[in-house]
Design a protein around this ligand. Structure first.
Ligand code: ATP
Ligand code: ZN
Length: 356
């Protein structure tokens, strides 16, 4: 995890690049994306603007994902990139990833507090950006909302309020900007990025079948995008000394798989899609019953929209006009037809064993 300032991080990266020539390529994709205007520098690591072309790619990808999940008839829900603080507290996210969470604070004081704030702000603004004090923020208080850490989080309390799931369970389609405090020079590791997810709530069998289906469909999409596919068990960065035990247990129980693609990190591949089985964790936390009264199991497939977009630029080049015709047609042509045909071909040999 990289918590350095821009200057320190750039210096460290240059030193690392000199020591190991492969590090250079990580800087190259970021530098190239910035130089081409595809990503726009804000001066803060992991916080970028996106150009029209970047968004066109991401939107094409989003459309392809919609077609890929259409036959599941998911309920489409969209939330702003924030959730209720109490729901976030209940989620136990802070047990595993306190270092990634982002909270929202606001000034809630009186005139005297406001004067203190402005005085502290004046002092801060006399300094250079990196040296500024954050003392003015002492006048702020936590609000009742926090930034969304993963797109599926806001939906569980909503589902719980509806009561028992129907017999077939539920499938939900979500897309949200998410926040994670992991400032990095790797453009694949942003602080704010979009996650598209399909979420399944139901019996263990329903959720396991869903996850297997999405491992296959996610791989299909990545193949259609002419990117390399590798599926592996995930290794999440759980916090603290107990974190390793939790990570080992996650692996031992095969709760999470990732689809890895070389993006910008020269030390390894980057997780661009993830396939999660939460067992009854969220169902129990938020009290979501199945139709028969058993605690609901849940799972989700997450598409890292910026990471897949970056992978396309990395593998097909910065000029989208020069991308392979089939990739362009998938993103901006007859997307639905192409996805339907590819799914038919994929399902043909496996249809007999499909018990979902
Ligand atoms: P990583 O292990 O690389 O930190 P993750 O396993 O924590 O990723 P998930 O929580 O599974 O990621 O999130 C779902 C998807 O969101 C990931 O598969 C990835 O594509 C994307 N994602 C996660 N973190 C980031 C990030 N910092 N920047 C951009 N995309 C991200
Ligand atoms: Zn999820």
């Amino acid at each position: 995890m990289n918590m350095m300032t821009d200057t320190a991080a750039a210096a460290a990266a240059t030193a690392a690049a000199e020591a190991s020539p492969t590090v250079e390529s990580s800087l190259t994709l970021r530098d190239e994306m910035l130089a081409a205007g595809l990503l726009i520098d804000t001066g803060e690591n992991g916080l970028y603007g996106r150009s029209q072309i970047f968004e066109d790619v991401l939107e094409g990808l989003n459309t392809a994902i919609t077609h890929l999940g259409r036959d599941q008839e998911p309920e489409v829900l969209r939330f702003p990139p924030a959730m209720r603080r109490t729901d976030f507290e209940d989620s136990e996210y802070l047990k595993s990833f306190p270092h990634l969470a982002g909270t929202i604070h606001s000034f809630c004081g009186n005139d005297m507090g406001h004067r203190r704030l402005l005085t502290a702000l004046d002092d801060a603004m006399a300094e250079r950006d990196d040296d500024r004090s954050d003392a003015w923020m002492e006048q702020q208080k936590p609000t009742r909302i926090v930034l969304t850490p993963a797109a599926c989080y806001p939906i569980y309390p909503v589902m719980a309020r509806r009561g028992a799931l129907p017999a077939g369970g539920r499938t939900v389609d979500v897309l949200s900007y998410c926040f994670r405090h992991e400032p990095s020079l790797d453009p694949g590791r942003m602080q704010m990025f979009r996650m598209r997810e399909y979420v399944r709530l139901g019996s263990p069998e329903q959720v396991m079948a869903f996850r297997q289906m999405w491992i296959e469909r996610g791989s299909l999409l990545v193949k259609l995008l002419q990117l390399p596919v590798e599926i592996d068990l995930a290794n999440d960065p759980f916090f603290g000394r107990g974190g390793k035990i939790v990570a080992d247990s996650q692996r031992a129980q095969a709760l999470k798989f990732e689809l890895l693609i070389p993006v910008a990190d020269p030390r390894g591949k980057t997780a661009c899609l993830s396939f999660n089985y939460h067992m009854d964790h969220f169902g129990a936390l938020w009290k979501i019953p199945c139709e028969d009264g058993a605690v609901a199991h849940t799972g989700c497939v997450g598409f890292g929209m910026e990471r897949i977009t970056l992978a396309l630029f990395r593998h097909h080049g910065l000029d989208v006009n020069a991308w392979p015709d089939d990739v362009r047609a998938l993103l901006w042509g007859d997307t639905g037809t192409r996805i339907a045909q590819a799914m038919q071909t994929m399902q043909a040999p496996a249809a007999a064993g499909d018990g979902a």
